[in-house]
Design a protein around this ligand. Structure first.
Ligand SMILES: CCCCCCCCCC(=O)SCCNC(=O)CCNC(=O)[C@H](O)C(C)(C)COP(=O)(O)OP(=O)(O)OC[C@H]1O[C@@H](n2cnc3c(N)ncnc32)[C@H](O)[C@@H]1OP(=O)(O)O
Length: 180
């Protein structure tokens, strides 16, 4: 089925902010995290930016492939904001098209291509040198819709308790819950 933008989705151009402060992809509390910043796009799409730091190296002066996959995963995950669905990555297929040096800003865009029951199909690209620059990475993903229980059940007690005691975190989770 064609994806449908939720009526309460953030407006195009709106910065989304971190879904969790400790998230390695987008959180502000992770010193070596990606600090990826995502923005709502038109339809069910997202744009995001991430600048490769020295802590993200694999080979000398080059981004680690796993870090680039993280940037793609995080951008694709941000599409949840537009569907207002809680979903986790089930499958992530990545093409590394060109090496990405430290200091480079990766310009990412992602869109949902189809939704079938709990399955959300999406794809993303990351470009260098600007939003219209050459493609450096590409991904196709399958996210699976889950309930908040997924995190409560599987997350470490310490962090789950801390999240539950944080009113902002609880508010964010509630906004996404379709059938609480
Ligand atoms: C606003 C919020 C922003 C959030 C940003 C987050 C960005 C980061 C996102 C992540 O990195 S999430 C963390 C990484 N992912 C995980 O930890 C997920 C671990 N895996 C699981 O917990 C379970 O495998 C999962 C919830 C994904 C699926 O288990 P379920 O038991 O709920 O589902 P089930 O196995 O019944 O599968 C449901 C459907 O999905 C299909 N499916 C599940 N996993 C699949 C897979 N890997 N490949 C292909 N198909 C898959 C499955 O075949 C089936 O299709 P059908 O409905 O057609 O039968």
């Amino acid at each position: 089925m064609k994806p449908v933008r939720h009526p309460d989705a953030p407006a195009p151009g709106q910065l989304l902010g971190a879904h969790y402060g400790e998230c390695f992809g987008c959180g502000g509390l992770q010193p070596h995290g990606l600090h990826l910043q995502a923005r709502a796009g038109e339809g069910v799409s997202i744009t995001a930016e991430f600048t490769v730091q020295p802590a993200h190296q694999g080979a000398p002066g080059l981004a680690h492939g796993g870090v680039l996959a993280t940037a793609l995963d995080e951008t694709l995950g941000s599409l949840n904001w537009l569907l207002r669905t809680i979903a986790v990555t089930g499958r992530l297929e990545t093409d590394f098209v060109r090496p990405v040096p430290v200091g480079t800003t990766l310009h990412l865009e992602a869109e949902v291509t189809a939704v079938a029951g709990r399955k959300i199909y999406s794809r993303a690209t990351g470009r260098v040198g600007g939003p219209d620059g050459p493609v450096a990475v590409r991904a196709e993903a399958l996210f699976i819709e889950v309930k908040v229980d997924h995190f409560v059940q599987h997350g470490r007690e310490e962090e789950i308790q801390a999240a539950m005691n944080d009113p902002d975190q609880v508010r964010r989770a509630r906004a996404f819950e379709v059938n609480p």
